[in-house]
Structure formats: structure tokens, C-alpha cells
Design a protein. Sequence first.
Lengths: 204, 198
Amino acid sequence: MPITVLGFAGSPRRHGNSETLLDWVLAAMASEPDVEVEKVVVVDAGIGPCRGCNACERTGACVQQDGMTPLYDRILEADCVVLAAPIYCLGLPAQAKALIDRAQVYRSRRYVLGWPVIPEERRGKRIGLFLSTAGQAWDHVFDAAIPSVKCFFHVAGFRERDLRYLLVRSVDESGAIRRHPTASEEARALGHEVATTLRERIGA
Amino acid sequence: MIRVLGVSGSPHRHGNTERLLDAFLEGAREAGADTKKVVLSTLTYAPCRGCNACHRTGVCVVDDDATPLLEEMAHVDVLAVASPIYSMGITSELKGLIDRAQYLWARRMVTNTLDYPPEHLDRHRGVFLSTAGSDWPNVFDGAYPVVQALFSGLGFRYAANVVVNGLDAHGGRIQAHPTALADARAAGRREVASLLPR
């Protein structure tokens, strides 16, 4: 069984800084043996915001049928989920936040209905990555986004110690990441490291 | 007449957050203000595309309900922005509106065509109202900086938070909370009174 990686490009801007970071990580992982990577562009996927109807607390499924519907299983099946998004107004862009809010279904399954979100034998064998870019250089520029990111990975069955972050400050206009002194190297190193770690854990 | 605008970012009509906002607006009316409520889920607007055209022009290229609402928000005396906490942050609806205010940031920071002097900020008070099911003391921490970004863009001093966590312990009903609605009403009265001549 190959190691499966599902990457989300969560920026409204195509091929910008955060998506480039994602492409570097995914390319490094795909260059490893037995790794299959797939990229989903959130703005093209048609993921509506959560309506707050709480129906998933009774059924364990979302009442909305849209681009998120097929992703519910694919997120759980992936050995590695990578979320890439820029910082807008100190938070995630609305489009990426919609993806995260729709993961409320997993929370309902686990904490309301008491269902296992992922099979017991896969617990602790998956890794989640958050890749982000911000125009500002502020130390705290990612701080308000991280709790929502942790929430997403937590409800999707990732342990907090299995999360990795690559956060790049001071990149604003499209393409700025390519002039960053270390981002490309760090992204590729992260991709290789995560693929290696997953292979050890899964025994593939 | 003091003008107070409440903006509800909850997709859930007449739920806990909107009731909290209603109580705030009721208090504002008791203090003599003219109030209005806008519910974001009844409007049509796209999230920011990140095109950065506003960094050159100071104007958003997207023509929908967001820009007129932001202009209306900028022209009131007290701006009350409300959202429940979903996944440790504000809703996607409210974040979509806040991201669209980027053109105001561009005017302030890039094109240098907008500036809010301290006396303007003294007369424009921003209040954030929020509810959360979780009783974690840090459950609102991811929301505050984003709300601050909105108020900075629109020229409001971030005057107060009216936030209620732990609603799951009250059956998820704000009406069952001992003080939440009365506190919001008092905050509405207080914010309007603070702008009236003494």
C-alpha cells in the first residue's frame, strides 16, 4: 500500500506563495518511493461554509452536498494531510476557514456520537502539516490562525505531536517565496522527513 | 443621535450569537441610540480573492454586497460585530467580510489616502460579541486579533468584548445563562452613554 498524501491549497490566489510552499513539500514527498500525492485547490473545490445547523450531531454526516462531500473520507484515508494557506487579517482566509469548519462533522462523530473517527490501528501513524505565509514580519502573525488549524487536525484524528509547521514571514506579493533564502530548502527537507517517518511508522 | 450598527456573522438565525447582539442593540436603544442590525447570511458577497489590485488603487475590484456594507459600517458611531466561535475562530462568513476590508488597509498602509486621527478613534467604538460552547478560557483568543484588524481598517477603537463561553453547560442556550444577555444589554447602554455629552 502506498503512503497517501492529500494537500490542500487554501489560498484564493493560484500559484502564490503558500501554494508554492505546498508544491515544494508535495514534490519532495512524491520523489520518495511508494508515495502518492494529490493536491486539492480549495477555491476550486466548491466548499461552502458550515451552516451551524448541528445536524451532524445526530447523523455524523453533513447535510450539505458540495465539494466537501467526497473529501470527508479522503481526509481520513490519507496518511498525511497538508494544509497550506496564507495569513489574511491575522487569520486564515475565509475559504480555508470554511474547510476547517466543515470538519465539525468529525467532531460530532467523536465527541457527540462516540464513533471512532479513524480505526484504532491507524492512530499515531498519520502526520499533519500546516504551511503558511504572511506578508508581515511580526512574531505573532500566525498565532491567531494556529488554534483553528490544530482544531482541524485534532478532529480529523491527528495527534498534536504529529503536527509539523512551516511558517514563512515577510512574503507578500506573488512569487516572493522564491526569493526567500531558506523556504524552498526547508519545504523539501520537511517533505522528505515526513515521508521517511511515515514509512517507518506504517512499515510500508 | 448616536448610530449603532450590529453585524451578525452567524449562519444560524436567531441563535445564541444573534440573541447576544440583539440584547446589546436593545441596551443601545435604551440609551437613546438609533440601531440597525445586518445579518451576513442574508447578503451576497464573495471572499477576498487576494488579487492585490487594491494595493495599487485603494479600491476593491469585486462588486457585491461587501463593500457597501463596509462603507456603512465605517460611518456609524458604535460598531458591534458578532460571531460564534467555530473551530477556535470566527465564522467563514465574518472572515470573508473582514478579508474584503483589505482595501481599507491598502489605503492606510500602501496608497496613504486614509488616516484616522486619535480624535476620530475617540468617537468610534468597536465592540466584539461572541459565544462559544466550550468553556476553555482561551477559546476567543484566535478571534480577537482578526477583529482588531477589522476595527483598525474601519477606524474604530476596539472598545470592548462581550463574550460568553461555556454555553454547552447551559444546554447550548444563551437564555439559560445567568448573566449573558443582561451583560450585553448593559454593554450596549454603556457604549452609547460613553459617546453622549456629559
